[in-house]
Design a protein around this ligand. Structure first.
Ligand code: BGC
Length: 376
């Protein structure tokens, strides 16, 4: 080989070497992560796609532990808050980093509801209210897990009759899949042996600049919703379905999250910022709704959220307070991340005018949420 060809070949290797292959990303070490909890093995599963995206998922709470996404220069960063060890999660102030949420995502007022003339009392874990499935929700249990291929992990959990006050044995199956199109696809299925409310969701805290890299006030958000459900001081819907027109809740034109978050607005005071349920415009035919889109201007990263659910909770990380230090020693400060939780409306079991959340024996619950990453 001539010297010139050799130099060119060396150059090519150098260029290829600079672009980090997925296996070189500093992902969490699965061997250092696990442990045993409730007599079950806690594991960490690594999913990869052909575009270099990596997501790691643990069966403890079905959590997304890290999620590596490219920016407009092709540089990969971990965009979700979390910990590199099981102990980190067990000692955290915030208990919902990256979790699956159930049996009922969001709040149920007075931790109580009536169904078929029976009153059910749930665990109250948010003042007098019930939040995210109670004291020991699905975020806090060890799921059975099988990684079926490089891109898919299947999680299942049998939620027993009476757990946290809910009626019926609920068999829950969740699939996490990383698709070739840079989507993290979450599909939820459930069956029951007694009528019961079900509202499953996912609670990753996203910061598209990178986990622990400042706040999300400069992320630009679009929400495909002409209405939202105003709340009382305990963040329980009043029952009103209010237009977003002329309010800081109108994200139909993309807007920086921080632009209006400190406006003098009663609803923003109740949530200490954004922590509300938006009522989506759903397609008239089949197909999923583009519920929301987030753009991070400095890195160009974008995230779109698709779902078959009628609503989405946008929570702006108002209760993060710098008390948690996560992966790589990064501190998780006030509004350092956002959650976009596809769902039915909060407190639906107490609002018969809201879309029903009751699953009957013989029916199958099915919900889908896709977080699709891109750049612009
Ligand atoms: C809720 C917040 C709550 C947070 C807990 C969010 O889904 O909307 O009100 O504080 O979860 O992590």
């Amino acid at each position: 080989m001539k010297t010139r060809q050799l130099i060119m070949l060396a150059g090519l290797f150098l260029i290829l070497g600079c672009k980090k292959a997925p296996e070189q990303l500093p992902v969490v070490d699965p061997l250092a992560f696990g442990g045993e909890l409730d007599g079950k093995k806690v594991e960490l599963f690594t999913l990869k796609n052909e575009q270099g995206m990596v997501v790691q998922i643990t069966n403890f709470g079905g959590r997304v532990v890290d999620l590596w996404v490219p920016d407009r220069e092709g540089r990969f960063t971990d965009v979700v808050l979390g910990y590199s060890t099981l102990d980190g999660y067990l000692n955290s102030n915030e208990i919902y980093y990256g979790t699956l949420v159930g049996r009922y995502g969001n709040r149920i007022g007075n931790a109580r509801f009536t169904l078929n003339d029976s009153v059910y009392t749930l665990a109250a874990n948010d003042g007098i209210n019930h939040l995210h499935g109670g004291v020991k929700g699905y975020n806090d249990v060890v799921w059975d897990a099988v990684q079926s291929d490089e891109k898919t992990v299947l999680l299942s959990y049998l939620s027993p009759d009476g757990e946290e006050g809910y009626p019926g044995n609920l068999q829950v199956n969740v699939t996490y899949e990383l698709t070739p199109d840079n989507e993290l696809k979450i599909e939820y299925r459930a069956t029951t042996d007694k009528p019961t409310p079900v509202n499953l969701t996912h609670h990753s805290y996203f910061n598209l600049k990178g986990a622990g890299e400042g706040d999300i006030n400069d992320h630009v958000l679009y929400i495909n919703a002409p209405f939202y459900t105003p709340v009382d001081g305990g963040l329980i819907p009043t029952g009103e379905i209010a237009p977003v027109d002329g309010t800081p809740f109108d994200f139909r034109t993309p807007m920086a999250i921080g632009a209006r978050v400190n406006d003098d607005n009663e609803q923003l005071k109740y949530g200490q910022g954004y922590d509300h349920n938006w009522v989506l415009t759903t397609p008239s035919g089949p197909g999923l709704t583009l519920a929301a889109r987030v753009v991070e201007p400095s890195t160009g990263r974008t995230m779109e959220v698709f779902t078959n659910e009628p609503a989405i909770q946008f929570y702006g990380g108002n209760f993060l307070n710098g008390k948690d230090t996560g992966k790589n020693g990064k501190v998780y400060n006030h509004r350092g991340a956002l959650c976009l939780e596809t769902q039915h409306f909060p407190d639906s079991p107490n609002h018969l005018e809201f879309p029903s959340v009751i699953l009957e024996p013989g029916q199958e619950y099915y919900s889908i949420c896709i977080y699709k990453f891109g750049v612009e």
